[in-house]
Ligand binder design. Structure first.
Ligand SMILES: Nc1ncnc2c1ncn2[C@@H]1O[C@H](COP(=O)(O)OP(=O)(O)OP(=O)(O)O)[C@@H](O)[C@H]1O
Ligand code: NI
Length: 299
């Protein structure tokens, strides 16, 4: 997508998401998580190419026109917590006025109720009431994050797409924020949470999707993934082992450049289980793409 170089940022990603469900999408920086989110929202740069389908109810997001996406999808049917909230807030207007405008646009309540609805959204995202009259540049990263979360909650969209919603937050606020996202999801909405924070994923996710070098390599039930059964893809296993509260062993090596992906398994070069079979790309079968999945540790 950049200049003359073709970057295969996301390949063959396939997953579903049910109402009432939270799917956490995890993986190292640069693996394609945000590109996937942008593709769903029609927010990729103009020179990007996409193929495939993404059904939200009876709308195919991949073929829907920009007017449909702008008018009825973004904000209304998909609420977005963007990865760089500061860039999405309007610099010249206070947080209150942006919240109120979004309330008016998306929910159209009687004029007298707009202010209270904006304050309620702020409160749900733990955005302090005494900062509502500030401008974005007067906010810390964590506060801008919370303002963006408040904006995303307003439309009551059936799908919430949260791209790193806890960046810059202390642990207790991380927990409060993800708990609120989960509560908001309830039985009638779905949440796709992109995160580096596996502890936050463990806290609220029903399922986990692990991405590596542009591909989803494993989708697992969160209880299995974080519990006794453990991940099945060696990369996912190493991600968990890298956590401070587990082995704290970093994954050696670096992910491959997306402009120079190998023909076979992209993780093979870093994988202790790799054999010559890994020169062939493993198919995504039974929710995992690996020729040598980790043994199930529990009978
Ligand atoms: N506009 C763009 N033009 C060219 N390449 C891009 C563009 N946007 C993203 N990429 C490339 O696509 C790849 C995936 O990027 P993406 O932002 O989706 O990663 P990510 O998994 O969200 O990482 P992070 O965890 O750091 O947010 C990266 O290699 C990036 O360089
Ligand atoms: Ni990202």
């Amino acid at each position: 997508m950049r200049g003359d170089t073709f970057v295969r940022a996301v390949t063959d990603a396939s997953f579903d998401l049910r109402l009432g469900e939270c799917l956490a999408l995890v993986g190292e920086s640069g693996c394609g998580k945000s590109v996937l989110a942008s593709a769903l929202l029609g927010l990729l740069p103009g020179n990007a190419e996409t193929a495939g389908s993404a059904h939200l109810g009876d709308t195919d997001l991949m073929t829907a026109g920009e007017n449909v996406l702008a008018r009825s999808v973004r904000g209304r049917r998909i609420g977005l917590v963007p990865q760089s909230p500061a860039a999405h807030l309007t610099p010249v207007r206070t947080v209150r006025s942006q919240l109120e405008e979004t309330v008016r646009e998306l929910t159209g309540p009687p004029r007298a109720e707009v202010r209270a609805a904006a304050e309620r959204a702020a409160e749900r995202a733990a955005f302090p009431a005494d900062h509502l009259d500030r401008h974005p540049h007067e906010l810390s990263g964590g506060l801008a994050q919370r303002a963006a979360t408040a904006l995303a909650l307003i439309g009551d969209a059936p799908l919430l797409l949260a791209d790193e919603p806890t960046t810059g937050l202390d642990r207790d606020l991380v927990e409060r924020t993800v708990d609120e996202l989960k509560r908001h999801t309830g039985d009638s909405r779905a949440l796709l949470m992109i995160t580096h924070d596996l502890a936050a994923a463990e806290r609220i996710a029903d399922r986990v999707a692990v991405m590596y070098a542009g591909r989803i390599v494993e989708i697992a039930d969160a209880g299995d993934f974080f519990g006794a059964r453990g991940p099945r893809h060696p990369y996912a296993g190493r991600l968990l082992d890298a956590l401070p509260e587990r082995e704290f062993t970093p994954i050696p090596g670096m992910p491959p450049e997306l402009t120079a992906l190998p023909d076979g398994c992209a993780f093979a070069a870093r994988c202790t289980r790799a054999t010559e079979r890994c020169d062939r790309l493993p198919a995504f079968e039974n929710s995992v793409a690996c020729h040598h999945t980790l043994e199930v540790q529990r009978a």
